[in-house]
Design a protein around this ligand. Structure first.
Ligand code: FPP
Length: 236
C-alpha cells in the first residue's frame, strides 16, 4: 500500500562505532561514514515520501563519552552544517537543529543559527537534527512554560515542545527507525512518537542506505494504524 501523504520519519542513527571497529578502523572514521550516510538519506528522503526527517545525532547523555570522541562529533556537526547549509537552501530543505544550545560551543551555536536562517524557506523537506537532545528534558522545559492550572491541548503542547527546543513545529512522528540492532527509544521524541510505527534493523547506520529507507517506508505503508480505534471491517 502506498502512503498518500508525506510522512514524518525519526531515526536513531546507531552503530557507527561498531561498524568501524569491525573493519579495524577508528570510531571517528565510523562517525565520518555516518555523516556521509546522513547526506545520502537527506537527498533520498523527499522522493520516498518523507516530508519531515528527525535524526538523533547527539543525545544529552552522550556527554558521558570520552572527550576526544565528543570533540570529533562536534567538529563533524560544524563541518556538516558548513557544507550542507547552502545545499539545503538550494534543494528546498529546511534545516532545524533541536535540543539544548547552552552546552555547545559558540561557533557551533552560530553555525546552527546561520543554517536555520538560511534554510527557513525550504518546503521540500523539513530536516531536524537532534543535538544535545533529551525528550524528557524538553517535556519538563515545556511544562515549565505553562501557566499554573492550565491544561494545554495536545497540539499546543506539541508546538511548545518544538519551540523550547528552538525548532519549527512538526507533525507527530509516523515511523521511528533505529539502526544498530538495539530495540529501545533512548529518550528520543517520547511525546511526538506516541503512535509511531517502530522499525528496528540490525544494520549499522553507515550501512543503512536509501534502499533501506525505502524498505522501511514501504513496510510502514503496509501496516494498519488504528490509533486505538477499530478497523472498518471490525467496526462492521
Ligand atoms: C550512536 O552510537 C551514534 C552517535 C552518538 C552519533 C551519530 C552521529 C552521526 C550519525 C554522524 C554525524 C551526524 C550528522 C548529523 C552530521 P555510535 O554510532 O557511537 O555506535 P556504537 O553503538 O556502535 O558504538
Amino acid at each position: 500500500m502506498e502512503q498518500s501523504r508525506a510522512i514524518h520519519v525519526g531515526i536513531i542513527m546507531d552503530g557507527n562505532g561498531r561498524w568501524a571497529t569491525r573493519q579495524g578502523r577508528s570510531r571517528s572514521a565510523g562517525h565520518r561514514a555516518g555523516a556521509a550516510m546522513v547526506r545520502r538519506i537527506v537527498e533520498a528522503a523527499p522522493d520516498l515520501g518523507v516530508g519531515v526527517l528527525t535524526l538523533y545525532a547527539f543525545s544529552a547523555d552522550n556527554w558521558r563519552r570520552p572527550r576526544t570522541e565528543i570533540g570529533w562529533l562536534m567538529r563533524l556537526f560544524r563541518e556538516y552544517l558548513r557544507i550542507e547549509t547552502p545545499r539545503c537552501a538550494a534543494d528546498g530543505v529546511r534545516l532545524d537543529v533541536i535540543g539544548r544550545r547552552d552546552r555547545i560551543s559558540p561557533a557551533l551555536r552560530q553555525a546552527i543559527e546561520d543554517a536555520q536562517r538560511a534554510t527557513a524557506g525550504g518546503t521540500r523537506l523539513h530536516l531536524r537534527i537532534a543535538l544535545d537532545y533529551s525528550s524528557r528534558d524538553a517535556i519538563l522545559r515545556a511544562a515549565q512554560c505553562l501557566r499554573p492550572e492550565t491544561v494545554p491541548s495536545r497540539e499546543s503542547f506539541a508546538r511548545l515542545l518544538a519551540i523550547v527546543d528552538h525548532g519549527a513545529p512538526a507533525p507527530e512522528v509516523d515511523l521511528l527507525i533505529r539502526t544498530g540492532g538495539e530495540r529501545r527509544l533512548s529518550d528520543f521524541l517520547l511525546w511526538e512518537a506516541a503512535y509511531a510505527e517502530l522499525y528496528f534493523t540490525p544494520l549499522m547506520w553507515p550501512e543503512f542506505g536509501p534502499d533501506e529507507l525505502g524498505r522501511a517506508v514501504r513496510e510502514f505503508g503496509s501496516r494498519e494504524r488504528r490509533f486505538g480505534g477499530l478497523t472498518d471491517a471490525a467496526a462492521g
